[in-house]
Design a protein around this ligand. Sequence first.
Ligand SMILES: NC(=O)C1=CN([C@@H]2O[C@H](COP(=O)(O)OP(=O)(O)OC[C@H]3O[C@@H](n4cnc5c(N)ncnc54)[C@H](OP(=O)(O)O)[C@@H]3O)[C@@H](O)[C@H]2O)C=CC1
Ligand SMILES: CC(=O)N[C@@H](CCC(=O)OP(=O)(O)O)C(=O)O
Length: 350
Amino acid sequence: MSKDKIKAAIVGATGYGGAELIRLLQAHPHVEVSCVLSSSSSGVPLSASFPHLTNLIELELESIEPANIKAKADVVFLATPAGVSAELTPKLLEQGLKVIDLSGDLRLKDGAVYEKWYKRPPASEDVLAQAVYGLSEIYGESVVGRAAISNPGCFPTATLLGLIPAVKADWIDPATIIIDAKTGVSGAGRGTGLGTHYGEINESVKAYKVNAHQHIPEIEQVLGEAAGAEVVVTFTTHLIPMTRGILSTMYASVNEKRSTQEFIDLYRTFYAGRPFVRIRENGVMPATKEVSGSNYCDIGFSADERTGRVTIVSVIDNMVKGAAGQAIQNLNLMMGWDEAEGLRFVPMYP
Ligand SMILES: NC(=O)C1=CN([C@@H]2O[C@H](COP(=O)(O)OP(=O)(O)OC[C@H]3O[C@@H](n4cnc5c(N)ncnc54)[C@H](OP(=O)(O)O)[C@@H]3O)[C@@H](O)[C@H]2O)C=CC1
Ligand SMILES: CC(=O)N[C@@H](CCC(=O)OP(=O)(O)O)C(=O)O
């Protein structure tokens, strides 16, 4: 093991988020994956779960024991279902480990709101207070030097990066925001179920969790902070027969007449110097394929004088900017490294 690298443990290494963390960290100059953990398959080589990692990472899955993790790692990524990190994070923090949680457990500041939308008990107030919400382009400075980071949800990442500059500038009326989002199937994780079965989703598109999606309170929490007042949104998710990608289409009424070019200029100024947000030229809307495999979030605009509304379209790869890539971006910020370290992937095209 190289002495100048920090050691990372991945909990949930048999899932999609875990596998994507391992893939991306292979290219990171300052991080080495030192242990991979599983609640169900300890003692089994990682390559048995993921043959695409054969000869690349020769680790066996281990059971999840905080003291054992402390002996082997400096930072822990939790790529586990809701409910796990609420329990595990305090134990890892007690060991002096740094924690980056990819689940929704630590994102909502109010435990009662979490309980309402996730339908399970929340993390303790103490843990929620310690965790900082890592939407890197917005809260990057708060992440520096922190021990616990809550990685944003995939839909909130695409949606919030698309809305925050216009809300902060008071160019759109938050009360009129409607979000129509589409996702690939990998967003549901590796577990199989009728909802993601090939025969059910192929050549079909469906809306799901309408007005009940667990990302609604996360989007409202952050937009409320940007607006300085409570915000409620209409947010509908759709499942699309593709593997990776999220496309979020956002509509809102503009407060004063603004052209598409004015929106483009506002966003280019807002995200100046941030390597992973790319603003499209006037008249060009982004596609999920144009960010696939990369940590980019691409955003396009169309201001409609006729209706007085603006349409904003934002795309990400849900597994990268929506999960593992942003988690690594947050590690970079936490450690004081360049935020793009290990993440300078060109999208795969076509
Ligand atoms: N997929 C995506 O696009 C995104 C996912 N997320 C979030 O990231 C997290 C991981 O998602 P994803 O990788 O897709 O999900 P997967 O279902 O693919 O993987 C989850 C992993 O968690 C492990 N696990 C299950 N139960 C437990 C438990 N009780 N204790 C410890 N580990 C457990 C499982 O491994 P094992 O049985 O071996 O322990 C499983 O491999 C989730 O919270 C998800 O909501 C966030 C953004 C985007
Ligand atoms: C296709 C699909 O089912 N996608 C998931 C993505 C959410 C997710 O990954 O969960 P958290 O961000 O809440 O942790 C969903 O819509 O619930």
